[in-house]
Design a protein around this ligand. Structure first.
Ligand code: SF4
Ligand code: SF4
Ligand code: SF4
Length: 316
């Protein structure tokens, strides 16, 4: 896939079909990648495809002017479709380079399973439904469903269905619905009072860095409500009440746009389990409106669509 990506990306730039390529290059830490945004055809040799291409690159689409070739996994492709539906990107200006995705490896799960730090791991390779980890010269096989991100275990579209170039045959990660709902099911069983205490405790750690918002392709307002001063919806100091309010409003704003890509939770520097909110909202949207963001490119955006016979006077 990597070779095909590099040659396709080079051809797109050489033929002037795109102004930019957005993909992944190796990160500075072991087992990481970082976004690569380039106009230079010589840079495409740095593009990689591996089990660590975690970022949802659709996030950059709203920031670049011109035609863009973008590397997307299934969930990211749903974000691209959602942005097109919201008129935040134009289909004509995007060349979608699809990666059939086997799921992304969560290195922190390997660290926990093997009681080793990332730097102590020599190598990690993916082979079908298992992951081989080499430590101290010894190879350990781990089942993939123990080391993939939780959202990958509940993935609903691993191979993009909207694409211009598909880098390989369709594939999918091992499904493990129970594991993908780790923590979420526990919260659902709690009383409202217990849930309140849980989130009160979690959001007392929030430092309001806005990383969760900034990595999210569905969070695209030019001016976020938290930065408004007239009226001032939240105080800028990170009190738990304002932190919780920020996240509740954010979840409502991304309802019908969130694709469960998992980026907000991954980006949180204080490990607040944000997916327990976003996945809950994702499921509520599905239950109430039978709507899954970015799955049907011909669908109208959920939150801007209404019908004459709507029950509420407010939007009639
Ligand atoms: S959610 Fe699906 S498409 Fe997205 S990274 Fe995980 S397995 Fe891949
Ligand atoms: S990323 Fe975490 S700490 Fe930062 S604003 Fe979001 S919830 Fe708070
Ligand atoms: S809310 Fe989180 S999981 Fe949903 S699209 Fe945004 S970053 Fe991805």
């Amino acid at each position: 896939m990597e070779q095909k990506l590099q040659s396709e990306a080079k051809a797109l730039l050489e033929q002037g079909k795109v102004d930019y390529i957005i993909g992944f290059e190796p990160g500075s830490l072991k087992f990481t990648t970082t976004p690569l945004i380039t106009k230079e055809k010589d840079d495409v040799d740095r593009l990689v495809i591996n089990p660590f291409i975690v970022n949802n690159l659709a996030n950059f689409l709203t920031e670049l002017k011109g035609r863009v070739g973008i590397v997307v996994k299934g969930c990211d492709s749903r974000s691209v479709v959602s942005l097109i539906q919201d008129n935040k990107a134009s289909r004509e200006d995007v060349v979608i380079i699809g990666v059939p995705c086997l799921g992304i490896i969560d290195v922190s799960k390997i660290e926990a399973l093997l009681s080793k730090d990332r730097d102590e791991l020599d190598d990690i390779t993916r082979d079908g439904n298992s992951v081989a980890v080499t430590v101290d010269g010894e190879k350990r096989e781990l089942p993939a469903n123990q080391v993939l991100f939780d959202n990958c275990l509940g993935c609903e579209l691993s191979t993009p269905q909207e694409y211009d170039i598909l880098l390989d045959e369709p594939t999918s990660p091992p499904a493990d619905k129970e594991a993908s709902y780790t923590g979420i099911d526990e919260l659902r069983k709690m009383t409202a009072q217990e849930r309140w205490q849980f989130w009160k405790e979690q959001f007392s750690h929030c430092i309001r860095c806005y990383a969760c918002r900034n990595v999210c392709p569905a969070c695209f307002c030019e001016r976020c409500f938290v930065e408004e001063t007239e009226p001032q919806w939240t105080l800028p100091i990170p009190r738990w009440q304002d932190n919780l309010m920020f996240q509740v409003v954010r979840n409502i704003h991304v309802a019908g746009r969130c694709t469960d890509c998992g980026e907000c939770e991954r980006a949180c520097p204080v490990n607040i389990p944000l997916r327990r909110l976003t996945r809950e909202m994702y499921d509520i949207v599905d239950d109430l409106f039978h709507f899954k963001s970015g799955m049907d490119k011909d669908a109208s955006p959920l939150m801007t669509h209404y019908e004459q016979e709507e029950a509420e006077d407010l939007i009639r």
